[in-house]
Design a protein around this ligand. Sequence first.
Ligand code: GLN
Length: 446
Amino acid sequence: AFIERIRAVEEKVSAYVSVSEDLALKQAGQVDARIARGETPGSLEGIPMGLKDNICTKGMRTTCSSKMLENFVPPFEATVTERLRKAGTICLGKLNMDEFAMGSSTENSHFRFTRNPWDLACVPGGSSGGPAAAVAADEAAYSLGSDTGGSIRQPAAFCGVVGLKPTYGAVSRYGLIAYASSLDQIGPVSKDVRDNALVMNCIAGYDAKDSTSVNYGKPDYTQFLVDDIQGLRIGIPREYLGDGTDPRVAEVIRKAVGILQDLGAQVDECSLPHTEYAIPAYYLIATAECSSNLARYDGVGFGYRGGGAEDIVDMVSKTRAEGFGPEVKRRIMLGTYALSSGYYDAYYLKAQKVRTLIKGDFDRAFAEYDVLLSPVAPTPAFKFGEKSSDPLAMYLSDVCTVPVNLAGIPAITLPAGFAGVLPVGLHLMGKAFDEGTLYRVAYTFE
Ligand code: GLN
């Protein structure tokens, strides 16, 4: 059914970079065989899903939506997909994204634009535009995205689905192609909160292959789906509802707050005073880390190699000039600058100090509140081309999501209403490793 659905709508939505029909049907056959043998089904037995194309799949092309990795077939499997396969899931293919996960609209993909299923003239958000659009358009039962500064949550919000950015260290990054390693996390995108918790049950938990993985005693996340938020303390950081917030978004948030109050939650306004420095700090740290991470694409070991070079320096230079798109180059240059001698203290080190202040803001807020609530983005999905010519405007649209990655905490987005035909998302932020409380609050909206 999902393959038929992909055939029917993919021409319009373009969520996938590669569809692996044969593999999916083979895996479905294996599911049938296991059931025929009377084996106990895995927790996701027979459920068809899609993966953001920066998650390595052994033997299956993994492109990061970049010319640099257009023909890259990983010789190893990411931990998350290994766990999902063991749970019996079926992989339908790899999903489109901004090149190397850099962007907020999926317009930076080397291959194609993915369209927002609610309005084909609008972007699906980014960088996990493919994972969000595929789930919204029923081209996958769920998907995995990655979130460095909002890349799961903002597209999930734009496409009206549920997306979780887990606590840093909760889900293994082994096999996730790095953008900014101290911020990247893999997380589930799904139609509803229960599905999200079921996938999280499967992918989360300690992994010796990721040195930043934390052994935190992963709970069964479905135990939090209880429909009771009586007495829960919810804070609304006033900095997240600034002048730039679209009034239709503010209205949806206001209504959601009313519902939570009716259900017995205690909601107050609060302050995260360093919020205005989150975007500059994020775009310094993320670009600094990406400039280092992307140094490996030199045309030698794997990936694209520029042709007609005169010597090795010329080869590396041609490889990078031809293999990377404009946004990736911009960020490598920004990050290299921020890390260079003479500027390191003024930019990179300063940004790290700001990061600590932002983390302190959250620590203070979570001494008083169980959950913080905000919009996911100041506006609903925007039109193609509306922001792509103005990188700064694009960066500023990440204002509500990047502080979470800087602090390493979890956050979930769920559909809360509409602005015209476009969905508007609600953003809930929680204490480190307290995804359970986020699921609990999110579940009350279902
Ligand atoms: N939009 C942000 C960026 O461009 C976040 C991307 C992400 O989370 N991967 O960096």
